[in-house]
Structures are given as C-alpha cells and as structure tokens.
Design a binder for this molecule. Structure first.
Ligand SMILES: NC(=O)C1=CN([C@@H]2O[C@H](COP(=O)(O)OP(=O)(O)OC[C@H]3O[C@@H](n4cnc5c(N)ncnc54)[C@H](OP(=O)(O)O)[C@@H]3O)[C@@H](O)[C@H]2O)C=CC1
Ligand SMILES: O=C(CO)COP(=O)(O)O
Length: 333
C-alpha cells in the first residue's frame, strides 16, 4: 500500500518545527519547513542547521526550507508548528490547498479572543479539509535528540488517525490514537499554566512535597475545567493530560517552567519572557484559559493564582500562601 503521506510541509522553523522535521524526515521523501525568517531559511538550505533554534541539530539533507507559505500547497500534509497566537493568521494566508490536504495542529494553547482550540480555527478556515491534532510529553530538545517518547494523535476519522499514527511511529517514538480532540488540545493548553505555577513554586524554594501537591491538584483542576470545556475525563489521565503536565512541570527544557522559576526568583514577567527568546504559551494562555474558566463557571484556584501573579502584580509568595490558606474541602470535589 502506498504511504498516505509521502511528503509534508511544516509551518514554523522554531524549536518544535525543527524537532518534527528530525522525527518525520526519515519517513518522507520531501519535507519543507516554512518560516518567516530568511536567515533561518537560508541557513537550513545551505548548512542544514537553524542558527536560532536547536542550533546543534543537523537536519537530514532532503529537508528544505522556504519563506513561501504557498509551497505548502504541494504536500498532502501540512503541520502547524507556529505558536497559537499565529495559527489563525498563518491559516488565513495559506491559500491554494486542495480539499484533501490534511491539516495537523501541533501547537498548545487556545485563542486569546475567542477561546477556540486550534483545530476549531483550522476547521473554520478550511471547512472541507481533514483536521487532526498531536500532543503529549514532547519536548523538542529530546525529540530532536532521538530520545524516546509517546504522543497521542487526535482525529475523528479512524483511517486518518491510523495513517498519522503510522507516520508518527519510529523506533524511539510511539503514538496512540483518540477521537477526543477537545480533551487532547485542552490538556496541552492548560498544562502550560501549571508549568508556570510549578516553576514559581520551585523558584520560591518550596520543597518536593509542595510541588507534588501542586501538580496533583493541578491535574484535578485541569480535568474539571477540561471536561466543562468539552474534553473527556479519561483524556486528561492520558499522554496529553497528566503525561505532558509531568513533562513540563518537572523539566529543565520547559520554557513555561523557566518563566515560572524566574518569577519565583523575583524577576518581572517582562524580564522572564525576554530572556527566554522562545514562546512560552502559558503566558498568553493564562489570560485565555482564565477567561474560559470564568465563562464556564469553573473553580480554578491555581489558574487564578498564576493570573494574579502574571497580570495583577500579586507577589508570588503571597499568591502561593493564599492557595494554601483557602477554606478546607474534601479531596474529590
Ligand atoms: N518546543 C517544544 O518542546 C514544543 C512546542 N510545542 C508547541 O509548538 C508551538 C510552537 O512552539 P515552538 O516551536 O517551541 O516555539 P519557538 O519559540 O521555538 O518558535 C516559534 C516559531 O514560530 C514562528 N512564529 C512566531 N510567531 C509567528 C507569526 N506570527 N507568524 C509566523 N511564524 C511565527 C517563529 O518565527 P521567528 O523565529 O521568526 O520568530 C518560530 O519559527 C507552541 O504552541 C508550543 O506550545 C508543542 C510541543 C513541544
Ligand atoms: O509542550 C511541551 C513539551 O511537551 C513544551 O513545553 P514548554 O513550551 O513549556 O517548553
């Protein structure tokens, strides 16, 4: 049987675009990374290296780069690897796709003004195209170094889910399928806020017990909110929920965790994000997810605490103290 995806385009020449290229290149005869920075694109084409993101990685020779979004139209699969804030604009600018082109969202967040998930945006812009999502404990640095992990592919069409699963299978990469796109995307989006919270707790010098307790309560909160927003409870117990929550709350690779750590050390939000030089989705997503929780009427004390630190100037230690001193309640509520 011929491969469903002999070639693909990846939008975004950042950390995750690079990692996806390393992972998928062995399975594709043609792979183009599409970015907006000419210097990055030229460098990938001339030396197979990205001078800004994952600089030490040498991409396989057949991976090309381009600044032209229209180059995506030649491929049966387009992966969205740009930050969530850029997804709608990139989709709007992406013209000339056939109705069969599969669109795979790899970003983790919901849209600021609408609260929409990335797959919802892609369906709005491309109502006739198949749309799928991928998520899980997938730090770009580790995938690009061929370190083992797993992911979950979300698609409502079973055949599409299996084709993508086949593509996302490698000796060091195992993927699962699910039809719960909402649960998968919400887990990936909401965990970013908790990774900031865990970083803040570590920066404040709280111990392992406190951080374990925080992350456990974060999982309960993520599940409560995610179910209210349309996901299934069991999905939050899976790779895109607790799996990614653990990966980001405890990893030195997590940009969200690093932002939290800097805040816990007393840096301002601006100082914490500027020194990062990469996207930390939890920063804009604290706003969008805090909004979504408010509209859904869901109790989210940890998200509220992160919101108050990032956007209301509350000192981190004060917010953490308030979290601990709330009214006592049973665990499973
Ligand atoms: N890094 C990781 O480990 C993982 C990341 N993700 C998700 O992937 C998404 C991308 O993250 P990541 O690659 O890490 O981020 P990076 O900050 O490393 O790279 C972002 C990339 O997107 C480009 N970009 C930013 N804004 C725009 C825009 N408005 N229009 C077009 N391109 C734009 C950047 O271009 P430029 O360089 O020119 O600014 C850069 O190529 C996020 O949603 C993230 O949560 C998912 C799994 C793992
Ligand atoms: O989503 C990620 C790993 O699964 C990456 O997390 P950060 O964006 O916090 O680096």
């Amino acid at each position: 049987m011929p491969d469903a995806f002999p070639s693909a385009a990846i939008l975004g020449t950042g950390s995750f675009g690079m990692a996806l290229a390393v992972l998928l290149a062995p399975k594709l005869s043609d792979l183009v990374l599409i970015g907006r920075d000419e210097a990055v694109v030229d460098s990938i084409n001339s030396s197979h290296r990205n001078p800004r993101y994952l600089k030490e990685i040498v991409l396989p020779e057949h991976v090309r780069a381009s600044t032209k979004l229209s180059d995506a139209a030649a491929h049966p699969l387009v992966l969205f690897g740009v930050p969530t804030a850029a997804t709608r604009q990139c989709a709007n600018d992406l013209v000339g796709l056939s109705r069969e082109t599969v669109l795979l969202s790899c970003a983790k967040g919901i849209e600021r003004n609408t609260g929409e998930r990335m797959s919802e945006i892609l369906r709005e812009v491309f109502p006739h195209n198949p749309v799928a999502v991928v998520s899980g404990p997938n730090h770009a640095e580790e995938i690009a170094a061929n370190l083992a992990t797993c992911a979950v592919i979300g698609a409502t069409d079973e055949a599409l889910a299996r084709n993508l699963q086949e593509l996302f299978t490698a000796p060091h990469f195992r993927s699962y399928t699910s039809d719960d796109l909402a649960g998968i995307e919400l887990g990936g989006a909401i965990k970013n806020v908790y990774a900031i919270a865990a970083g803040i707790a570590a920066g404040l010098g709280l111990g392992d017990n406190a951080i374990a307790a925080l992350v456990t309560r974060a999982l309960a909160e993520m599940t409560r909110l995610g179910v209210a927003l349309g996901g299934r409870a069991e999905t939050f117990a899976g790779l895109s929920g607790v799996g990614d929550l653990i990966a980001t709350c405890f990893s030195k690779h997590s940009r969200n965790h690093r932002v939290g750590l800097a805040l816990g050390h007393g840096k301002s939000l601006e100082e914490a994000t500027t020194s990062l030089g990469m996207v930390a989705e939890g920063v804009p997503n604290t706003l969008s997810i805090h909004d979504a929780a408010g509209k859904a009427g869901v109790r989210t004390p940890i998200i509220d605490a992160v919101f108050s630190i990032l956007y209301q100037g509350k000192p981190a230690a004060h917010a953490m103290h308030e979290l601990l001193s709330r009214d006592p309640r049973p665990e499973n509520t």
